[in-house]
Design a binder for this molecule. Structure first.
Ligand SMILES: [Zn+2]
Length: 481
């Protein structure tokens, strides 16, 4: 029996190998042919290899799918403008952008330049050294939206390229090539059969879905075609539209590498592993990697506030201090996708989810068994009270970030848990308030809440009302330009 099996397996393998050899050879030849024609169309190999530096400035509109103030389309828009630049020989990458929307404003910069790599917050006026700069990971997103750079990478990694087939979209015929970069999932590149230019690309992220890139309105600059417009779609929805304002080929990047001397140097960014802080007797902030939740020992049960990802580990840490006391209630602050990721974990704990009435549908959608999920829908406010503790759950919306926002307030301790309205960096000075922080502060005074400690979903640093005042009064740093 064993011998027979071995023989037939060998026969199958032999046939398989023979077929694969022919198919692979034909496929590889076809891929090389298409890539070679595409490289010619994009300026030719010599020109692409001569490309040393590239600087592209843009104006971008983002559509906040499932991250808007309301729960349904039309989605809120936010805008950004900035510059990305790369030096391919020196492995330097610079990205700088200003953005506004969703209750936030920011101006940030990243410089990846070996030992002189920095993360800059121009609004706060701070600069942090990057201890382990990663050129490939940092420049990857820019390379993926820049056809000339994609073509160069494709040529360098031609051994990783395969012909996937041809297709027609909107009356245009395409040859499709698949290849992988050093980081991230494989990319499919769509080359127009007539012009040989790259018009579309796609990547599939397991558990998330399809990301589509569309390159539009080519114009030749310094012998190389560059797209003047770009569209990004997530699972079919337009997520981002970008207009290219300027393209500079092979000009020095020196001006972008200067770190303004008036910026305040703050400590290097360090990893943020899971930790547990006891803020008051029986009240813990547990989390890491920029996401945290608050847990309150109510005597017979535990109340949880905050629904960001990573809750399995947080519940494990909670068990070390409360034993097997049930998590009876879990409050979801608002409907944004990163704030309902914990719903299935609380669901499996048997908890009743607490959410603003308007967010009930989204919390059910985030659950494993949405129809059966136990939900307490809050209209303005509710109170949980035991012999040991009182928790007020209040809708303090609308704010600049969301129409409804549930916060958990412990009036006896003066502790408030909130999400997305007042996050402090782990180290360094308190940055100037963004619009969402301003509307949060207004809500606290309007409702006359005696808060002494603010605990946040994205901050390991517990803030005081003085910190909030500092943020509201802090002046925006004026950069040199
Ligand atoms: Zn949010």
């Amino acid at each position: 029996m064993k011998a027979l099996f071995s023989i037939s397996l060998a026969a199958i393998l032999a046939i398989g190998v023979a077929h694969a050899g022919n198919f692979t050879q034909a496929n590889t030849d076809k891929a090389r042919e298409i890539i070679s024609a595409a490289i010619d169309a994009h300026g030719g190999e010599a020109l692409l290899e001569d490309l040393q530096t590239l600087r592209i400035s843009h104006e971008t509109t983002n559509y906040s799918v499932d991250q808007s103030r309301g729960t349904e389309p039309p989605w809120d828009e936010s805008s950004a403008r900035g510059v990305d630049a790369i030096d391919l020989d020196e492995q330097i990458f610079v990205s700088r952008s200003e953005n506004a929307g969703g209750g936030f404003v920011g101006e940030n910069g990243t410089i990846i330049n070996a030992d002189n790599s920095y993360q800059i917050n121009y609004r706060a006026g701070t600069v942090a050294k990057i201890a382990e700069p990663d050129y490939a990971t940092a420049s990857g997103p820019f390379v993926r939206v820049t056809p000339a750079l994609l073509l160069r990478t494709l040529n360098d990694r031609i051994a990783n390229a395969h012909y996937l087939g041809d297709t027609t979209i909107d009356n245009r015929e395409y040859d499709v090539i698949g290849f992988s970069m050093t980081v991230g999932p494989a990319i499919s590149l769509y080359f127009d059969k007539k012009t040989r230019l790259l018009h579309r690309s796609e990547r599939v992220f397991p558990g998330f879905g399809l990301v589509e890139y569309e390159f539009k309105d080519y114009e030749t600059i310094a012998g190389t075609p560059f797209n003047r417009n770009f569209v990004l779609r997530l699972n079919g929805d337009v997520n981002l539209e970008r207009a290219i304002v300027s393209v500079d080929v092979n000009t020095p990047l020196d001006d972008l590498l200067v770190v303004h001397e008036e910026l305040e140097a703050i400590a290097e960014l360090q990893p943020d592993p899971l930790s547990r802080q006891e803020i008051a007797d029986g009240v813990w902030l547990i989390g890491g990697n920029n996401t945290y939740a608050m847990f309150v020992d109510m005597g017979d049960y535990v109340f949880a506030a905050g629904g960001t990802g990573g809750s399995k580990d947080r519940i494990k840490s909670l068990r070390e201090v409360v034993g097997d006391k049930p998590v009876k209630y879990a409050m979801m602050s608002h409907h944004h996708f990163d704030h309902v990721l914990a719903v299935p974990d609380y669901e499996s704990q048997g908890a009743t989810l607490i959410a603003a009435r308007e967010h009930e549908k989204i919390v059910r959608r985030a659950a494993e068994y949405g129809d059966a999920l136990s939900i307490k829908a809050v209209n303005e406010r509710m109170t949980l009270e035991t012999d040991d503790r009182r928790v007020d759950i209040l809708d303090i919306g609308p704010t600049a970030h969301t129409e409804h926002l549930l916060v958990a307030f412990l009036p006896d301790e003066g502790i408030m848990f909130e999400a997305d309205h007042f996050s402090l960096p782990r180290v360094g000075p308190i940055p100037p308030a963004v619009p969402s922080t301003v509307t949060f502060a207004e809500a606290l005074s309007r409702m006359d809440l005696k808060v002494t400690k603010i605990v946040s979903a994205h901050s390991p640093r517990v803030a005081t009302m003085d910190d909030l005042q500092t943020a509201l009064q802090a002046e925006v740093f004026q950069a040199s330009r």
